[in-house]
Design a protein around this ligand. Structure first.
Ligand SMILES: [Fe+2]
Ligand SMILES: [Fe+2]
Length: 186
């Protein structure tokens, strides 16, 4: 297994992602993955780095998302386990790599929910995740017109894969994003 290195990963992210919103999404998923790994006694730095780089090819290849990820990550020295985890977040959407490990399932579930948390946080007077709570996030989840691009079914499926409730996943993502909300910008 390779050793995680946040500086190197951030440099790779910035090289391939100029958009502030994509960088901010990457940081949100990173913080969430770090928090879930910490909660579950897993390798925090490793999970965080998978989160940080999960959409690394999206800006350059939006129509071919994850098709170019293996070459980008391989040439940067990432191993098969890391690359598989990244590819599995596109399961049923743009890859057929099914999430099997907990790390892969967590990424699959958290990625989509991070989008909803960000949108819900921006609606608050604080424009921040700091005072966003699960009940209010649940209302946004049920309101299909709110952040309509967020696929609620993927989030539900992620909870089933992880065998946790929607409320538990929501709390994990909110708490995770709070840990680094200033850098994420929410
Ligand atoms: Fe993605
Ligand atoms: Fe993503």
């Amino acid at each position: 297994m390779f050793s995680p290195d946040r500086e190197r990963a951030l440099a790779l992210l910035h090289k391939h992602n100029q958009s502030q919103s994509l960088r901010s999404h990457a940081l949100a998923v990173e913080a969430t993955m770090r928090h879930i790994a910490w909660q579950w006694g897993e390798n925090e730095d490793y999970w965080a780095e998978v989160g940080l780089l999960h959409d690394v090819d999206y800006e350059e290849y939006p129509e071919e998302h994850l098709k170019h990820t293996p070459e980008i990550l391989q040439s940067a020295g990432y191993d098969e386990e890391f690359i598989r985890a990244v590819l599995a977040h596109g399961w049923g959407i743009c890859t057929d790599v099914k999430p099997e490990k907990r790390m892969e399932k967590a990424l699959y579930a958290a990625d989509e929910l991070c989008g909803l948390v960000t949108a819900a946080a921006y609606m608050r007077p604080s424009r921040s995740v700091v005072d966003l709570e699960v009940p209010s996030l649940k209302k946004k989840f049920k309101d299909k017109k709110f952040a309509a691009g967020v696929d609620r079914q993927i989030i539900q499926q992620g909870c089933e894969l992880l065998d946790i409730t929607l409320e538990e996943l929501m709390q994990l993502v909110i708490d995770g994003m709070r840990q680094n909300h200033e850098e994420i910008g929410v």
